[in-house]
Design a protein around this ligand. Structure first.
Ligand code: ZN
Length: 89
């Protein structure tokens, strides 16, 4: 069975954008089904994969560097820049 329904489908039947899916996932608001779906979506969607791994990398780095909830925006920008420079577009 490869014909899976999109668990992100909105109530009005509208297909969610990559950004909308990413937001749910990154906010931790996605359910198990949505996580599964998104994982296979990332295999075919480079922008989603990049954004997702970028976010995960930042979260990991921040966990190591400090335990505070408030993180300077500068630091995040720095990390983003570093990572985007390492990824060919
Ligand atoms: Zn996508």
């Amino acid at each position: 069975m490869t014909n899976r329904n999109n668990p992100f489908l909105l109530a009005n039947g509208k297909k969610p954008t990559c950004m909308e899916m990413l937001q749910l996932i990154l906010d931790g608001e996605a359910n198990h089904e949505q996580h599964e779906y998104f994982r296979s979506h990332m295999d075919q969607c480079m922008p989603c994969f990049k954004t997702y791994s970028l976010d995960m990398t930042i979260k990991e780095l921040l966990k190591e560097k400090c335990c505070k909830d408030t993180v300077p925006a500068e630091l995040i920008e720095q990390i983003k820049l570093q990572i985007s420079q390492n990824t060919p577009s």
